[in-house]
Design a protein around this ligand. Sequence first.
Ligand SMILES: NC(=O)c1ccc[n+]([C@@H]2O[C@H](COP(=O)([O-])OP(=O)(O)OC[C@H]3O[C@@H](n4cnc5c(N)ncnc54)[C@H](OP(=O)(O)O)[C@@H]3O)[C@@H](O)[C@H]2O)c1
Length: 325
Amino acid sequence: MAKRIQFARTGGSEVLELVDGTPADPAPGEVRVKNQAVGLNFIDIYFRTGLYPAPSLPSGLGTEGAGVVDAVGEGVDHLREGDRVAYAQGPLGAYGEYHVLPADKAVVLPDGVDFETAAASMLKGLTVQYLLRQTYPLKGGETILWHAAAGGVGSIACQWARALGVKVIGTVSSPEKARLAKDNGAWETIDYTREDVVERVRELTSGEMCDVVYDSVGKDTWITSLDCLKPRSLMVSFGNASGAVEGVNLGILNQKGSLFVTRPSLNGYADTRERLEMMCRDLFEMLGSGKVKVDIGQRYALADAAKAQDALAARQTTGSTILLP
Ligand SMILES: NC(=O)c1ccc[n+]([C@@H]2O[C@H](COP(=O)([O-])OP(=O)(O)OC[C@H]3O[C@@H](n4cnc5c(N)ncnc54)[C@H](OP(=O)(O)O)[C@@H]3O)[C@@H](O)[C@H]2O)c1
């Protein structure tokens, strides 16, 4: 028997239940991983609340984890029992002692990357990889605005962008989060709960404004973000922590300076095995070089997944959060 978290209806964190069951055997092309650590992500909350529909209910939750392959389905040749692996994509169900997933979504971990670091950085670090290296290939010398700079994705982004020679202006909601973002390499921070973000960006950039804005807050920051951009530059809207951006009139991109906008996702970038491996190489190199150190701000027992999600939704967490089975 093995424990996992599931939900039978969408709603608040009270819908999450810890259940016991026999872990499934891997089908052809799949592997079963005995999780050593599981990553907590905001997207898990979107599935739990129903903002993103789960394929069926009851459903498992979570897509990020790290552990040891303990069973291999037919036709899998790149993984063997005993391999140390991590994953960030695939079916919901990572919140558990075991997770069965397509083998082509799991990658072997380099020796230097431990399970907790991997679970705290696969989804978030691969997201930063595509955002900084592909969505807008930063060269160094740019100034970017990054919302929620002390969060899980934000903490990795500040370090990675600094390593690229990019100036990050990070928004945060408290002095403690400002300090963390600065420690992670943010050039300047703005408390977006009490300061005028557009005016501060204007001041900091001597009126030039930003080359790219990375916005995962969504509804609350959409207009502010557009106002922080240089003419003809790029708005990257990649999350909905405050709610989804809806009802956009395209004309606003014209009014705010002939702007470009994109709404990317990890699955849209790591959509082939080849691309996933390329992105992992880049991430593992950043981790191995020490240029990116993953900050695990919180660890919870798997059974306390609801508490962990409540803390994330209430803006009480910093850096990454992991669940320990
Ligand atoms: N598209 C993709 O491929 C992709 C992949 C991974 C993550 N994401 C998105 O990236 C964002 C960050 O993910 P994460 O897991 O690392 O979370 P996180 O940044 O650790 O937590 C979210 C942060 O958003 C800020 N926030 C602002 N308004 C909020 C509100 N109304 N409610 C809750 N939080 C609010 C808070 O920081 P302050 O207290 O400083 O405001 C909070 O700590 C999420 O929106 C997620 O969906 C997108």
